[in-house]
Design a protein around this ligand. Structure first.
Ligand code: SAH
Length: 252
């Protein structure tokens, strides 16, 4: 069933009225007839099964047939803090992070980030583009929420943000040894846990950043004995957390 994301304020008790691009899409692209069904998501995890009630002047009226909590969100809330990578790698990282269930991506300017965002105007444009990529990936993968790409933060600010908003901060570091720390952290995950994952840029983390992370209570973990590229490291970590969270849900 086609899936549309609308602002919760647009959702009435038993009706939803959509105009603009959504109206056009439903009427002229999907050619939905009165009585045809579609799925409306409020971006906060609720899904409304609707049928087309009528078309008006530039708007479509939908009848809400049933409401349910979406089933596609993970039991854990994952935020990827991604050291700013080179070229357009961030686009791939955002798309895949959203598919893997991340709820938030924070681009982080690290000491060894070679890439720069440019002036404020260019930065705003990039962030808007990244959010559009997140939205498209959310739709494609059937997410119940549209993950947000936040404004660029410098590393210390990102670590402060993580300390405030996350229950657990995982900090993959290629000089970390053994898999026990990661195993212990994951075994402690609980439904609703907010997990922050920090990934360094191509040049890796600076020792000062590692020290800051340790101070903030981050868990310094290894992802194995090979050096992974920045895009591989984040997606590996998120994949692992996703599978663990999904498996815990099946068992419980
Ligand atoms: N400085 C390194 C590589 C950085 S890789 C070098 O050039 O040799 C980019 C990021 O991926 C790292 O900062 C780290 O967060 C993560 N990473 C890559 N391989 C890893 C591994 N084996 N274990 C944990 N983290 C890893």
């Amino acid at each position: 069933m086609p899936r549309f994301y609308v602002d919760p304020s647009q959702i009435g008790t038993d009706r939803i009225v959509l105009g603009g691009g959504e109206y056009n899409h439903i009427k002229n692209v999907l050619r939905k007839q009165v009585g045809d069904t579609l799925l409306i998501c409020d971006g906060e995890g609720r899904e409304y099964e609707c049928s087309v009630d009528s078309y008006g002047d530039g708007e479509v009226m939908l009848r809400i047939d049933s409401v349910k909590e979406g089933k596609t969100e993970l039991s854990v809330h994952m935020t990827l803090f991604q050291g700013l990578p080179k070229k357009d790698k961030m686009e791939l990282i955002i798309e895949k992070a959203v598919e893997l269930g991340a709820c938030e991506v924070v681009p982080v300017a690290c000491i060894r980030s070679v890439a720069k965002m440019g002036d404020e105007k260019r930065e705003d444009k990039k962030i808007a583009r990244w959010n559009a990529i997140a939205e498209a990936a959310a739709k494609q993968s059937g997410r119940g929420v549209i993950p947000v790409v936040k404004d660029l933060m410098k590393f210390p600010e990102a670590m402060r943000f993580a300390k405030e908003h996350c229950d657990m901060i995982l900090f993959p570091y290629e000089n970390a040894e053994g898999m026990n720390t990661l195993r212990n952290c994951v075994s402690k995950m609980w439904p609703g846990a907010r997990i922050g994952v920090f990934i360094g840029p191509e040049g890796g983390f600076d020792p000062d950043e590692v020290a800051l992370a340790k101070n903030a209570g981050a868990e310094i973990v290894s992802l194995g004995r090979r050096i992974l590229r920045t895009e591989t490291a984040g997606l590996t970590m998120l994949s692992y957390l996703m599978i663990e969270a999904e498996m815990a849900e099946v068992q419980s």
